[in-house]
Design a protein around this ligand. Structure first.
Ligand code: ADP
Ligand code: MG
Length: 636
């Protein structure tokens, strides 16, 4: 109601942060670094940047605001551009990987923390920024943690630079200490009377459980919107589908009038116009039911949520240093995240927040190591980490980079390593590209890398599985899922990149268009590096390039469709949707893009390789033990 009847400027003045605007600006004038604490919805993300702009900080430089998630960067920039009555990309813009919507007039720039981190490669002191707001710092994303260390240096070197760190939980004291006991500014809270209702115990089939609970609320409880947390896109879609089905059954089976239920999915790969729908008010008498991934935990504030259904799980990418691999895994949510989720209904609980394990302590550091090395930070074990990652993690990531040929025997960047840093890609994908150039099949490899950098191109609607599966099979290149992706892109191209062609073949046109965009951006970088585009009709070369980048993910056959990782013996399975099933037999050796841990360990995106490629690529790889860190000892 509020959003409908009040102008944007009246809405701005109603936010809790508005009542302390002048005090806050005063504290910022007097201090170089300030920690700002406030409940979700108090106006930190949307207002702070505007206040700084209004207070004159953008007369010489811009205000940057980092977000751990892309969705937040995009949607908040859009909101702020509306509040400032300017076009998105003009005075207010955003930048996420492979997408820069800023211009020469931009004075407020929202971006992912990864984007700002990469900018430090070109401009170590971040000269163009007058102020950086590190938003949602309590999430402790890997990039945020590295930025903490880098920004501490910038603060020391540039007196004219200001840093503001926002935090929704009680991590503030730790952040303050890290920057030398800087002030912590508290935005006074405001509470709403709210009926919070959420299931605490994770149940077996949590999608089904959540759907049931939502329907019960809808039928029996007074109006007020529902927020359901799921672990990922697939489950969100399944839940939305099931909810729609139940509603239909309900309407056809009852004589009574049933209130309308507006089912709204939100996840990072959902198109922006559909994401924006969650902020629209439902028509009178209707109820919104938002089904979200953990992006809604803190990054997005949706007013009017009365009920939170928490499945108690979330999906995280974890790195297991002992196994030396990344995997997507479903986890019960941490206590802190659960508190945060419950708090989304309008009130945060009393001070019982616990910090989640920072990402830096549980993830593959390949990218970070490469980046820090290129920033000339020689000894990573000495870097200013707020919570240093386990030494084992750093050493393993260095080991993986050494195996890829990015680091030399004394831990310095090689020529290949320097080139790899130029690409906003994970090290193996960057290696694949450069290997494609070397093997004269860059054109093909570039397409594959682009396709691997976007969400799935396959469209598999719930009631048309068989039809879409057979559409997919028509594209199969039997020895490789990677080559299947290449084949799809090439056919799309020869059909003039048409959208209707995609629809006819059960392909996601948005994902393919994104791949085309990513491809052209990677092409620009290749041009800058003066690497020419070569094309090869011999796709064995392409498979060799793939093999060179992913031989840490190589597996040997053990049974039909069953493999074990050649290094660590971890079992991994061929997924029934893989093109390799079309071969009629399963090859002895394969490499895969990543491992998905569900009921089984499934390899995602698999390519058959020749054993002698593996042998040629990595004699040292097979002879040196992973625990052997002697090559790194040289450094000390
Ligand atoms: P905080 O960062 O303190 O959690 P925000 O600045 O994100 O608070 O949100 C302040 C208010 O702005 C919210 O109550 C919400 O109503 C509104 N808002 C935020 N983002 C959007 C958006 N993308 N679209 C519409 N309204 C928004
Ligand atoms: Mg915020």
């Amino acid at each position: 109601e509020f959003a409908k009847t009040k102008t944007l400027s009246q809405q701005r003045q109603y936010l809790p942060i508005y009542s302390v605007r002048d005090d806050l600006l005063q504290v910022i004038r007097e201090n170089q670094v300030v920690i700002v604490v406030g409940e979700t919805g108090s106006g930190k993300t949307t207002q702070l940047t505007q206040y700084l702009h209004e207070d004159g900080y953008t007369s010489n430089g811009i205000v940057g605001c980092t977000q751990p998630r892309r969705v937040a960067a995009m949607s908040v920039a859009k909101r702020v551009s509306e509040e400032m009555e300017t076009d998105l990309g003009d005075k207010v813009g955003y930048a996420i990987r492979f997408e820069d919507v800023t211009g020469p007039n931009t004075v407020i720039k929202y971006m992912t923390d990864g984007v700002l981190l990469r900018e430090t490669l070109k401009d170590a002191e971040l000269e163009k920024y007058r102020v950086v707001v590190m938003d949602e710092a309590h999430e402790r994303s890997l990039n945020t943690d590295v930025l903490f260390g880098i920004l501490r240096k910038v603060v020391a070197q540039r007196r004219d630079f200001k840093l503001i760190v926002t935090s929704a939980t009680l991590n503030a004291e730790k952040f303050s200490q890290f920057f030398g006991s800087v002030p912590i500014f508290h935005i006074p809270g405001r509470t709403f009377p709210v009926n919070t209702l959420y299931s605490k115990t994770p149940c077996e089939d949590y999608v089904e459980g959540a759907v049931k609970q939502a329907m019960t609320i809808h039928i029996t409880s007074p109006l007020g919107d529902i927020l359901i947390f799921m672990t990922g896109q697939d489950e969100i879609e399944a839940a939305c589908y099931a909810l729609a089905e139940r509603m239909e059954q309900l309407i056809s089976s009852t004589q009574k009038a049933v209130a309308k239920l507006l089912i709204l999915p939100i996840y990072s790969q959902l198109p922006a116009d559909l994401q924006a729908k969650i902020f629209e008010k439902a028509e009178d008498g209707a109820r919104k039911c938002i089904v979200a991934t953990n992006i809604a935990e803190t990054s997005l504030t949706v007013d009017g949520i009365f009920y939170v259904i928490d499945t108690g799980y979330s999906k995280m990418k974890v790195y297991n240093p002992r196994m030396g691999m990344d995997a997507l895994q479903v986890f019960p949510v941490s206590r802190a995240a659960a508190d945060q989720r419950a708090g989304r209904a309008g009130r945060t609980g009393p001070g019982t927040c616990h910090s989640p394990v920072p990402e830096i302590q549980r993830t593959n550091l390949g990218n970070v190591v490469l980046l820090l090395k290129s920033l000339k930070i020689e000894n990573l074990l000495d870097f200013d980490f707020m919570d240093p990652p386990p030494q084992e993690n750093i050493l393993n990531s260095m080991y993986q980079l050494w195996v890829l040929g990015a680091l030399n025997n004394v831990g310095g960047l090689t020529d290949l390593g320097w080139k790899m840093v130029e690409f906003p890609l994970d090290p193996p994908l960057a290696k694949m590209l450069l290997m494609g150039a070397k093997l004269h099949c860059l054109d093909e490899v570039l397409t594959i890398v682009s396709m691997l950098s976007v969400p799935t191109v396959f469209f598999r609607p719930k009631d048309r599985e068989e039809e879409s599966d057979s559409a997919r099979e028509k594209f199969f290149v039997p020895e490789s899922d990677h080559l299947t992706l290449l084949n799809i892109y090439q056919q799309w191209k020869s059909n003039d990149y048409r959208g209707d062609w995609c629809n006819d073949h059960f392909l996601q046109v948005k994902a393919l268009r994104k791949a085309r965009e990513v491809r052209s951006q990677l092409m620009d970088i290749l041009k800058q590096l003066k690497i020419t585009l070569t094309s090869s009709a011999d796709w064995d070369m392409v498979r060799q390039a793939i093999c060179s980048a992913y031989f840490h993910n190589s597996a040997k056959q053990k049974g039909i469709g069953e493999y074990v990782n050649t290094r660590n013996g971890i079992p991994c399975h061929l997924h029934p949707s893989s093109a390799l099933y079309g071969l009629g037999y399963t090859p002895e050796y394969v490499v895969y893009h990543e491992l998905l841990l569900t009921t089984k360990e499934y390899m995602q995106c698999v390519t058959a390789v020749e054993p002698h490629w593996l042998a040629e690529l990595g004699p040292m790889f097979f002879s040196v033990k992973e625990s052997d860190t002697s090559l790194l000892e040289h450094k000390k």
